[in-house]
Design a protein around this ligand. Structure first.
Ligand SMILES: [Zn+2]
Ligand SMILES: [Zn+2]
Length: 369
C-alpha cells in the first residue's frame, strides 16, 4: 500500500508539492518528515509536511492512493464562470471554450463515471454564459504516436497581436499579410526576417475591468516609489539637493574657479546619479579625459593647479525616446538649452546642436542583419 505525502512549502509565497512513497510505519514516516524539514531548514526555508494521507485534493484534482482513482476537484465556494458566447472576443476563443473545458475535465477524471459526476456544474456555467454544447467524456488515447515527442525546429516568430473587436469589419489579418508581402518582397534585404513564415498574426483580448483597475492601483505604488528621489546615504551631500534619482533630465554643471565661471549642459536618459558618477570617474581617470567638454576643462584646471568647485542643477525634464516617436524630446530639449543659454563661458560646442540623437540607435534593425 502506498501513502501520499503532502508537502507544504512556505517561502515568500506559498506553494504545495506532492510525493508518493511506499507505506511505512509511523516512526519511520515521522523520521522522514523531520529529515525533509531539516534539508529545507539548511537552505533557510520553512516547510510543513503532512504524511499518511490516503486521499488528497491537489490543485483541481482529487487523488486517491488506495484505489488509484482521480476526479475533478473544486473548492466548495468556487463557482466556474466563463465569458459570454455573445461577448466581444475573437470567435475562435468562444468556439474553443467548451471543447477546452471538456478536454480538461476528461483529463482529470479517471473514467466516464467520474466525469459525469463532475460535469453538471460546468455544463450549467456554460449554459448560463450562452453556450449549448453538451459535454461528453473524451477517452484517453494510449496511441504511442500521440505521446511521441516530435522533434520540432524552433523558429523565431514575430507575433502581431492586434486587439479584437466585433465592430471592426476590416479583415486586419489579410491586410497585414498583404502589407508584409508588399514591403518585404522576395529579394528584399529584410525578407529573411519579415516574411509570412516568421511573422504571424493572432488576435489579443483586452484586459477586463478588474485588471485595468488593479494595474492603475499598482501604477500608483510605482509612482509612490518614484517619490523616493534620492538614495544618498547622507542627504546633505546629495549632488543635486535630493533629486539625484530623477530620470530623463537636462542638467547644468557650474564650474567655479576664483576668476571665472564655466557652464556645461548635459542630458541623461537614466538617473541623474548614474550620469553624475560617470562624470566623476571621468575627472579621476585620465584615459576618460576626453569623454566630455566638462572633463576636458576639469583636467585643464587640475594641471594648472587651479582650485575649482562644481555645482549641479536640473534645467528641464524630458521624455525619453521610445520606438515610433518622430523626434527625441530629450535631445531636442538639451539643444534648446544650449542654444538659448546666456552664459558667456558655456563649455558645450555650438556644433553639438548638429549631433544626431544617440537614443534611437538602440532600436535600429542593424543588429539583426
Ligand atoms: Zn541624492
Ligand atoms: Zn535622443
Amino acid at each position: 500500500m502506498m501513502f501520499l505525502v503532502l508537502f507544504l512549502l512556505t517561502l515568500e509565497y506559498r506553494d504545495d508539492g506532492l510525493a508518493m512513497i511506499p507505506a511505512a510505519n509511523g516512526p519511520k514516516m515521522d523520521k522522514l518528515r523531520k529529515q525533509i524539514g531539516s534539508v529545507f531548514k539548511k537552505e533557510g526555508l520553512k516547510i510543513t509536511v503532512t504524511t499518511n494521507l490516503v486521499e488528497v485534493n491537489f490543485l483541481d484534482v482529487t487523488l486517491n492512493a488506495v484505489n488509484g482513482r482521480y476526479c475533478p476537484y473544486r473548492k466548495p465556494n468556487d463557482h466556474p464562470l466563463y465569458i459570454n458566447a455573445q461577448s466581444n472576443h475573437p470567435p475562435n476563443i468562444i468556439k474553443q471554450l467548451p471543447k477546452m473545458i471538456t478536454k480538461r475535465l476528461s483529463d482529470i477524471s479517471c473514467d466516464a463515471e467520474e466525469f459525469n459526476k463532475a460535469k453538471g456544474a460546468y455544463e450549467q456555467a456554460l449554459r448560463s454564459s450562452g453556450y449549448d454544447e453538451k459535454m461528453e467524456y473524451i477517452e484517453k488515447t494510449s496511441n504511442p504516436a500521440d505521446s511521441k515527442v516530435r522533434r520540432k525546429r524552433t523558429r523565431n516568430i514575430i507575433w502581431y497581436n492586434p486587439p479584437y473587436s466585433l465592430n471592426v469589419t476590416t479583415n486586419i489579418g489579410k491586410k497585414f499579410l498583404w502589407l508584409l508581402a508588399k514591403h518585404f518582397p522576395r529579394g528584399h534585404r529584410l525578407n529573411k526576417i519579415f516574411n509570412k513564415n516568421t511573422v504571424k498574426l493572432s488576435y489579443s483580448c483586452l484586459p477586463n475591468v478588474s485588471t485595468i483597475l488593479n494595474s492603475t492601483r499598482s501604477q500608483k505604488t510605482v509612482e509612490e516609489k518614484e517619490d523616493r528621489m534620492c538614495n544618498c546615504r547622507n542627504k546633505a551631500k546629495c549632488p543635486i539637493s535630493g533629486e539625484c534619482l530623477k530620470t530623463a533630465v537636462v542638467y547644468e554643471a557650474t564650474l567655479q574657479t576664483e576668476e571665472t565661471q564655466y557652464q556645461y549642459i548635459g542630458l541623461t536618459e537614466h538617473t541623474f546619479k548614474a550620469r553624475y558618477n560617470a562624470h566623476k570617474s571621468s575627472f579621476n581617470n585620465e584615459n576618460q579625459r576626453l569623454s566630455t567638454e566638462l572633463s576636458k576643462k576639469v583636467w585643464e584646471l587640475k594641471e594648472q593647479h587651479v582650485p575649482y568647485n562644481l555645482k549641479w542643477t536640473i534645467l528641464r525634464h524630458g521624455q525619453p525616446y521610445r520606438g515610433g516617436m518622430r523626434a527625441c524630446d530629450l535631445c531636442l530639449t538639451e539643444k534648446l538649452c544650449i542654444l538659448t543659454s546666456k552664459h558667456e563661458n558655456l563649455l558645450n560646442k555650438r556644433r553639438e546642436i548638429l549631433n544626431k540623437c544617440r537614443h534611437m540607435n538602440k532600436l535600429l534593425l542593424k543588429k539583426c542583419l
